[in-house]
Design a protein around this ligand. Structure first.
Ligand SMILES: Nc1ncnc2c1ncn2[C@@H]1O[C@H](COP(=O)(O)OP(=O)(O)OP(=O)(O)O)[C@@H](O)[C@H]1O
Length: 914
């Protein structure tokens, strides 16, 4: 469809010679090729990790026209101003972020809003600033085009003027207050609006733009690589598939709702209160069956209100016939929207929770009725949405009600009489030639005749009577003219092009001219009046979007048996399921329990191949996102701490294309994570260090794991390196777990998919799997031999150090402290609490005694091991280097003593409890 007044995808300076821009060739990249391996310098996240699949690897609800402008203050931690204007939904977002040198937050915002055009200052391009280079390298991924503008368009005073003129009257003061100090963001909005005005001829009507200010806080930061690898909005194998988190959750019924959901999946909330309010809304909606069905019914067939409202607030510099014709369509759609809004009000009667009650209030008749009445008083009830040229022409002529505009009524009467002639002529033609003849109209051709070939003898146009001329065959139809019709077209075309001097039909022309002029002017005046209600209308649209998202969550609760999460300091899941896997799997999905606190924040997950490690750790991340957007989760009970950042390094693709430097890409991703991770972050890491030699891979994995333990983040670390679990398991905050399997007598392994404590016990599961594949028997026999040699060497070297024992003691005491604090803050009281504390004390004493006792045993064991001379085995030399790794074990453990402070505080709490 023709879309006039859209910003050109690559701006040409010719549009306005007074508007200096610089041509930039990034728009020429084939954004769908996905085969441009490279790295994103400075971002830390590699672009080689996986093949790219589309204009943006992240599926959009639909591609929208979004213009973004960007500006920054340079420094150690740069401040970046970003503004976005969505031309399809009439929404402007300003943000100012304190970013790091990797510009991770800036890239996140760009990814979330997916701009089609990014405006940068020309000065940032020569010499290239770091931010400029990073954006330049991300263009393909973002599917954006870069346009350089003169620096002078980033003007704070113009930005403030724009905000003053364009923001809704009710919001203007609040917005001005919130953007105070956000100098860069305000400059950016000025640059975009200037670009749209001068470059694209698009301006917005006064007091009609939805302007929002977003601070850097308030949303969980999920970087681009994580979005992709967790398949949050797009399935990696099949971009069109719904098997991604957004696809699963997208039970919305309106486009506004779907857009809101997508934006939430990409930036989940971090404000506890808001999340809880959403839970309450979902809870109420799913519990009240009648309200739920009434709401779902009311949301059906809602038009894309954002689009319609935006079309009404955009003022094109050079209105075309298209924009004029569409105006009435927009009014008709607006009427449909306000009518539907009232059904939502009724559906929500009896709503109690704050979100549903507020939505109902916004959709109340007193807000929608004035607009509905305005439309009903002005526009004919039987005028419908028109697409075909003749329909549009009739719509434009007859849309305004009789009696509203006197001059228009007179002009229309004259026109009607003349048009009746045309239809009478066609009827006569039909009768005369005994065939069905249709009158059609196109602006360029005027009136013409269309006849189905079935009406003509042997379907051959040569059999048409001679009165029909200019014959063209179009599939099953024949289109033609007659002399009379051509004469009429001449009149009409003279009228529409503004010449009123045709000799014999001045009356007809004047009548039509009058109709169109009066009608168009009247409709524009009417739209001006509608614009006064834009603030209320956009609020309704947002309310509908929110209700739609909430009702989609409620729908999922009923269909998939989800549970309402609680927000606490502990991550605890009972019978958690992977939301996407459980939906697509033919067999039953085995649920798992998850528990993580500061004392078990780093969870090393081991297990056989295909035992479900990746599925397990991914489900933790996906459930956390679901919980933080306000959705219920697939589990029997669930509690989550609010996370500010989520990182995932999972599912490395091994295709040749992206394996150019699998290891380098992996290391860059890990460097990025380590730079940004903190105690409010969650990370899931799968099979780290497999892209290099076993020895180096293990060493690097251990070092990275150590750093992650120190970060105090919640981490799930799936690995086939069992040594990592051995080495780190004594460290405070670390727990080892594995996915259980059952080994039968004939060495076949059955996956149980159950996460249980401790390290995987099966030593040679890789060999077991290889035998199933199967490898040639001789190769398999050699592999088994080498595996046994290696195992013996490792056993020889194992000894318990004093450091390990100290770590065990420390850990035991910290565990005790955590339990005491939980008891202190929990609901246990009186007798129950006292007996629980006694149990705790007993268990503590037992475990401490057994640790102390193990000192002597280990001394003896170590002594025996040292004396035990092992014969040199074939192939042992090959294994030497691997066993050396064990010697580094001690270095990775730090000696930490238990402070008397910790003990006394634990004691104090314990005594309080008693
Ligand atoms: N909890 C579960 N219940 C049922 N089936 C499961 C479960 N978890 C995983 N599976 C099945 O097992 C398959 C393998 O799972 P996954 O890829 O998570 O294993 P993995 O241990 O990470 O494998 P590898 O170590 O070889 O990468 C999945 O495709 C899925 O079909």
């Amino acid at each position: 469809m023709l879309r006039p007044n859209r910003p050109p995808t690559s701006y040409s300076a010719a549009a306005d010679s007074s508007y200096p821009t610089y041509s930039y060739s990034y728009g020429d990249y084939n954004t769908t090729s996905g085969s441009r391996p490279g790295t994103r310098r400075g971002t830390g996240r590699p672009s080689t990790a996986r093949p790219r699949t589309g204009a943006s690897t992240i599926a959009r609800v639909e591609r929208q026209e979004v213009v973004c402008a960007i500006a920054e203050s340079r420094g150690i931690s740069p401040t970046v101003g970003l503004s976005f204007i969505n031309i399809d939904t009439g929404e402007a977002v300003l943000c100012q972020i304190c970013d790091s040198q990797t510009y991770v937050k800036t890239l996140h915002k760009l990814q979330v809003y997916g701009p089609t055009v990014i405006l940068c200052m020309s000065t940032a391009a020569s010499p290239k600033s770091k931010l400029f280079s990073i954006i330049e390298e991300s263009l393909i991924e973002l599917g954006s085009k870069l346009t350089l503008l003169d620096r002078r368009y980033w003007s704070e005073s113009s930005g403030m003027d724009y905000i003053h003129d364009l923001a809704f009257a009710d919001d203007v003061e609040a917005i001005k207050l919130s953007v105070t100090g956000a100098y860069y963001a305000v400059c950016c909005i000025a640059a975009i609006l200037k670009y749209l005005d001068l470059g694209c001829g698009t301006t917005f009507a006064a007091r009609s733009l939805r302007i929002k200010f977003e601070s850097g806080q308030g949303a969980m930061l999920i970087d681009v690589s994580t979005i992709r690898s967790l398949e949050l909005v797009q399935n990696l194998q099949n971009p069109k598939s719904r098997d991604c988190l957004f696809g699963l959750l997208n039970e919305t019924q309106t486009l506004m709702g779907a857009r809101m959901l997508r934006s939430n999946v990409l930036q989940p909330l971090t404000d506890k209160e808001t999340i809880i309010r959403r839970y309450d809304a979902v809870d109420e909606l799913q519990a009240k069956e009648q309200m739920f069905y009434a709401t779902r019914g009311a949301l059906k067939n809602f038009i894309d209100a954002d689009k319609v409202l935006t079309a009404l607030i955009i003022i094109p510099k050079r209105p075309s016939i298209y924009t004029t014709e569409q105006s009435i369509n927009h009014i008709i759609m607006l009427k449909a929207f306000v009518l539907s809004v009232s059904t939502v009000y009724e559906a929500l009667s009896g709503a109690r929770c704050p979100i549903l009650a507020t939505i109902r209030e916004i959709c109340a008749p007193e807000n929608a009725l004035p607009i509905q009445r305005m439309i009903e008083e002005t526009i004919n009830e039987d005028v419908t949405y028109a697409k075909q040229p003749l329909e549009l022409r009739n719509q434009r002529t007859w849309a305004v009600k009789t009696g509203v505009h006197g001059l228009l009524d007179v002009a229309r009467q004259t026109y009607k009489e003349n048009m009746a002639d045309a239809y009478q002529y066609i009827n006569e033609l039909s009768e005369e030639h005994n065939m069905k003849v249709d009158l059609k109209y196109e602006p360029a051709r005027g009136f013409y005749i269309r006849i189905s070939t079935s009406e003509i003898e042997s379907r051959d146009e040569r059999h048409l009577p001679v009165v029909f001329t200019n014959i063209v065959r179009k599939k099953k139809y024949i289109e033609c003219q007659t002399l009379v019709l051509m004469k009429r077209n001449l009149k009409v075309s003279i009228v529409t092009s503004g010449h009123t001097s045709h000799l014999d039909c001045v009356q007809v022309m004047n009548a039509y001219h009058e109709v169109v002029l009066c009608s168009d002017a009247f409709i524009q005046e009417f739209i001006e009046k509608v614009r006064c209600h834009m603030s209320a209308l956009f609020k309704m649209s947002e309310a509908i979007a929110m209700l739609d998202m909430i009702s989609a969550f409620a729908h999922l609760v009923t269909v998939y048996d989800y549970v309402k999460p609680r927000l606490t300091d502990t991550l605890g899941l009972k019978d958690a399921r992977h939301p996407i896997r459980e939906k697509i799997m033919q067999t039953k999905f085995i649920p798992n329990d998850v528990y993580a606190t500061q004392q078990c924040r780093f969870q090393i997950v081991t297990g056989c191949n295909m035992s479900g490690k990746s599925t397990f750790i991914r489900s933790v991340a996906l459930l956390t996102i679901m919980a933080q957007i306000g959705s219920f989760v697939p589990a029997r009970s669930a509690s989550f701490p609010v996370m500010n950042q989520l990182f995932a390094r999972v599912g490395m693709d091994d295709s040749i294309e992206c394996n150019v430097s699998t290891f380098a890409a992996e290391m860059r991703e890990m460097a990025f994570i380590l730079r940004n991770i903190d105690n409010h972050s969650m990370a899931i890491i799968d099979e780290l260090g497999r892209g290099t030699s076993t020895r180096d891979g293990l060493a690097i994995a251990i070092a990275i794991a150590e750093a992650m333990v120190d970060s105090k983040a919640l981490v799930w670390f799936a690995t086939h390196f069992r040594d990592i679990a051995t080495i780190l398991s004594e460290r405070n905050g670390v727990v080892a777990m594995h996915l259980a399997v059952e080994v039968s007598e004939n060495d076949t392994i059955t996956m149980l998919y159950k996460a249980v404590g401790g390290m995987v016990q099966q030593a040679h599961y890789g060999l077991a799997l290889a035998s199933v594949v199967p490898l040639p028997p001789s190769v398999l026999a050699d592999a088994t031999l080498f595996a046994h040699i290696l195992e013996r060497r490792l056993v020889q070297k194992k000894k318990m150090s004093a450091n390990v024992l100290n770590e065990r003691r420390r850990r035991l005491i910290l565990d005790l402290k955590e339990h005491l604090l939980q008891a202190y803050n929990g609901s246990l009281e009186g007798e129950l609490l006292a007996s629980w504390l006694m149990e705790l004390q007993k268990e503590f004493v037992n475990r401490m005694t057994s640790i102390n006792a193990s000192v002597n045993e280990d001394d003896v064991e170590g002594h025996i091991e040292e004396r035990d001379d092992q014969p040199e085995d074939e192939g042992a030399d090959m294994m030497d280097e691997v066993s050396e790794e064990e010697e580094h074990e001690d270095q990775s453990r730090s000696m930490v003593s238990v402070t008397s402070e910790t003990l006394s505080s634990a004691r104090a709490i314990s005594e309080n409890g008693r």
